[in-house]
Design a protein around this ligand. Sequence first.
Ligand SMILES: [Zn+2]
Length: 571
Amino acid sequence: MRWSSLFIPTLRDAPAEAEAVSHRLLARGGFMRQLQSGHYSMLPLGWRVHQKVAEVIRQEMDGIGAQEFLLPAMHPASVWQASGRWESMGDEMFRLTDRKGADLALGMTHEEVFATISQELNSYRELPQLWYQIQWKFRDEPRPKSGLLRVREFAMKDSYSFDLDDDGLDRSFDLHHDAYQRIFRRLDLDARPVEASSGAMGGSASIEFMVESDAGEDDVAVCDGCGYAANVERATAALEPVENRSSGDAPQSFPTPGVRTIAALAELDHPAVHQVKTLVYNVDGVLTLVLLRGDHPFLLQKFTDATGAIEVVPADGDEIKAALGASPGSLGAVGVTELPIYADEALRGRSGMTTGANVDDQHLEGVDVERDIAVDHWLDVRCILDGEACATCGDALRVVRCIEAGHIFKLGRKYADAMGVTVLDAEGVNRVPTMGSYGIGVGRAMATVAETHHDEHGLIWPMSIAPYEVVLTVVKVDHEESMAVAERLYEELRAAGIDVLLDDRDGRPGVKFADAELVGIPLRITIGPRGLDNGQLEYTSRADGEKVDVPIDDVVARVVDAVVTGRSAGR
Ligand SMILES: [Zn+2]
């Protein structure tokens, strides 16, 4: 293509709302434009990258025997009601009503619809099946941000496996695991597989593919000693032993005027490790106490994963006062029998603890948790912190910010069961198949590459997904010989199957060089009168900035060689 006739609206400055590097550079490079928060138009350059990312994914899915579908983006409420997710998806789901009054949803994911299609499977002989699509998804994100990283409308590759038994599911899961590693290698993304929460998807196991980046929204605990890696939403750590203080026969109340925080109480010689922190939540409408050690943060995702609760919201002051007789800062669970009490595992066996007395400005000391508190459920709900010891090898865990680039789930039989899917096994008995579900966001992958492949001049696309692989930059377009050489190289490179861009714009060379760097084209050939006099053209590699002079007749072979090598990197 010729730059003079393309729509590549580069910008000197990023839009004011753009904070993430990928957002700034994709907007400045003319790859995309925001229509409204969370919704982006792909401009021609952006769509070329998007399609190349999709093609890498498609090739690797086809490579494990997956078959491509295309399902509707708009679904009847009935399929979501059948799985129970019409309720549980809550405000995340876009819903609408048609002219006949029928309830509809815009698909956030497609477990229900694929499971509906799988009703046509009859026999174990037809299994396993691996089905995928690249289709638009809709999620009513409360806070869309960071450009293509957190959006309300996005293309996703989602795939689904159907197997007769757990061994089959393990195989389908492992096939996806390996395919994902190949996909991310080809995108030049250093994506680490980590243990993850299964969240609203349900199921028995899930792995996220995480790329370290400050623009991410997930924290991952990593152990460099043994290789343990888990999203903090489910990460565990070894607990350092704490020597209990003495408890006496019963808790003793003491006055604490104005003391409302863990820190303030710690100053009165009740260190945070010897405090019980009492949180009050409405859990699916039931007022509930959650107890943690004073210095341990509460991790909501662990709580919802462990309890299956759908709506967990902090109780308000009036509710708390009515139920417990005190305000936050003086709350405790000693003597509470009317409300469900959940306690973090780190409180097990602890005594000599201090907690609120449920009387304003009073606390209790000498609390033996198991003796004095009617704990209904023990669970792990604490968020581990950077530097805590690995539970496996004892090395210090590092908590790093990451972008979730992919997520694979073992779903089990939940959806197939809900949709009434059965096949006959070898004995002629009806069996419910077990499912897996596997996702990669296409635009998010593109943004993740942008986050990790750039410098102060702009983007640096890997060859595998570059919008164009080489740009021929003509320094003086009114110089006849320059244009003649450029046209000849352009035709030869096109004939060799190279994505070549001819920058034939009548403009200052500095502007043209800067644009080529901003949009991140991997190779540049500079064609100017001075070089032509010597029979040489300047060959520049975007990634390392290396410039070499290459005889004109060698340019095509050199470019083709570099492009072919670059395209197959990571394979
Ligand atoms: Zn370790």
